[in-house]
Design a protein around this ligand. Structure first.
Ligand code: FE
Ligand code: FE
Ligand code: FE
Length: 164
């Protein structure tokens, strides 16, 4: 197999996270509907809107770098979403499902944090400064979402689930 360049890896990873974000827009709407707690449901909805913006940011990165995304499906995101869906199917609505949904969503955020962190690092090496600026904005949104979910679980979600 032909040896690939760092630029090829950047394009591969960018195409992969693009697929992940696209899959997530559908999944976050389902998570929002499945959550009983209003604050949690709203948090999923807010992140759905952010995710739409993140997809637009990837479009901008593609434009400024003069790339064409590869058509591919992020298998990891497909699996993480499937696990979340299994939980929704197997558990009745309520605080315990909510606690499970927080965990499922945090697994997604951690995947994204790793993906955008890698893209920023590679982008820096390639001198793609504008792309790195855009991608780090998204990276910060993913980190903030992860933190918000942790805080919700610690202060509201888990105590409610324990009482249920
Ligand atoms: Fe995202
Ligand atoms: Fe992936
Ligand atoms: Fe996210």
């Amino acid at each position: 197999m032909a040896r690939k360049s760092l630029g090829d890896l950047f394009l591969h990873d960018l195409s992969d996270i693009y697929s992940a974000e696209k899959q997530l827009t559908r999944a976050l709407a389902r998570l929002s509907r499945a959550a009983s707690n209003e604050e949690l449901s709203k948090a999923f909805e807010t992140h759905l809107h952010e995710t739409e913006g993140q997809i637009e940011r990837i479009d901008k990165v593609v434009e400024v770098c003069g790339l064409r995304l590869k058509r591919m499906k992020c298998a990891a995101m497909e699996g993480l979403i499937e696990e979340g869906q299994e939980m929704i199917d197997e558990m009745g609505k309520g605080p315990v499902l909510d606690a499970g949904l927080v965990g499922a969503a945090q697994k997604v955020e951690h995947y994204e944090i790793a993906a955008y962190g890698t893209l920023c690092a590679i982008g820096k090496l390639l001198g793609r400064d504008e792309a790195v600026r855009l991608l780090s904005e998204t990276l910060e949104e993913e980190k903030a979402t992860d933190l918000k979910l942790s805080k919700f679980a610690q202060t509201v979600g888990n105590p409610q689930a324990q009482e249920a």
